[in-house]
Ligand binder design. Sequence first.
Ligand SMILES: Cc1cc2nc3c(=O)[nH]c(=O)nc-3n(C[C@H](O)[C@H](O)[C@H](O)COP(=O)(O)O)c2cc1C
Length: 489
Amino acid sequence: MDFIKYPWFQLPKIYLNNIEWPRFDIPKIGWSTMPKLRIGDAVARLPVVQGGMGVGISLSGLASAVANAGGIGIIAANSIGMLDPDYYAQNRDANAISLRREIRKTREKTSGIIGVNIMVAVNDFHSLLRVAIEEKVDLVFLGAGLPIKGIPVEGLRSAGVKVVPIVSSARAAGLIFRSWVKKYADIPDAVVVEGPKAGGHLGFKEDQIDDADFALENILPEVVAKIKRYEDEWRRTIPVIAAGGIYTGADIYNVFKLGARAVQLGTRFVATHECDADIRFKEAYISCRKDDIEIIKSPVGMLGRAIGNSFLKDVASGKKQSHKCAWQCLKSCDIKTAPYCISLALDNARKGVLDKGFVFAGSNAYRVDKIISVKELLKELKEQYLCAREKSICSLRGEYEKSLERLVSFKEEYLIALKEGLNSLRDEYERGIEKRGAFREELLKNMDKITPLKDEYRNALEKADLLKQELIEFFQRYSLQNRLEPESA
Ligand SMILES: Cc1cc2nc3c(=O)[nH]c(=O)nc-3n(C[C@H](O)[C@H](O)[C@H](O)COP(=O)(O)O)c2cc1C
């Protein structure tokens, strides 16, 4: 800071005139679209992953429709062999055979990005992973357990299959990445962080489900921060994909603000024409009310979210369902004590036989009021997303403009006060008045008046600077994304 030199004290001189405030031009390229999702060399036009949904809820029909519409379509592999009437005869080979067939069917219907969801908790995890590698799917999503042991990373890499673990905490993400570095000198390609509002099996304990500390809004930034370290160290982009309770395009925008680069949706995709489940499964979503959706204990050894029905009531009251076990498909399932076969119950639900099974659903399933096409759904989500982004940028810009106005008026007030005070005092001083003590007092009084103004001005300056920074980052993020991925349509 410079100082105006006075004989017995110094006054700070602040340069106010040459402060320049940047104006922003909204980038035109790709501004009317959502950012693309890049996982390794796989690029999806829309940052929307259709969550894998077993048993048989997301097969070639849904996965190909989503991939064709620009998202990522996922086939759920667990107990997929139940589609085959020979499931009980073929035993554990049935899943691998059906998965291969379903991948091929999906490929015939789309050239978009497709993946396979495999539960780590199933006994044929490695056999299903092998099929995904042999069929060279774009991605594998690995959930319900930590994909750490015996992952054929070399095989995955040489087949070009990207790996996306599904986690419910930053701790789990850290554990997986640390183990991969140690065991395989590699890291996964993206991460799904699934919050407690999701449908299907949940990675949370009972008391965590409604605890705000475990809400998606809280665990997502923690996972983003954890992954950022690996991104920096490995110089790779590792998108964090948020899941669980994301229902509208505004929800998508909100999780993007928390660092997500994409979303994974389950519930919304169930209520589509292309979803592979029976119409009665989808109608269960339309007819359910908020308090019909409940948390259940699954034989997988995890909690799950489902729509309550007579089957679940019987299970809760201790009634054992008679069932045949084809082979112990789940590591944690004890056939002797399990109240029912979950694969069979889910397969019955898929077929619409709801009194012999139950419907997994996310906490927002009660909001579903109609079945639409995948294309319509993605269009709606995109429009809502763009609208939320527009609103946010408008309010940010409004705030910025307001703070600039305040800044200008502070600057003027400050300059006037400074000028008036100093000029009159300087005049007096120059006229050679000798009452030094009184003069000095008066000057200091004037300075006291100026100081709070100056502080206010500085605060406004800081606020404007923060807003400016936020705006710049906002635009940089989007223009960078769009420069990398120029809009094709
Ligand atoms: C009917 C249904 C079945 C599901 N099955 C699986 C599954 O087999 N494997 C898995 O990792 N996640 C499964 N999920 C979770 C979804 O993939 C997705 O992450 C989750 O539903 C997202 O939350 P949302 O439903 O609120 O969008 C299932 C969800 C539903 C609704």
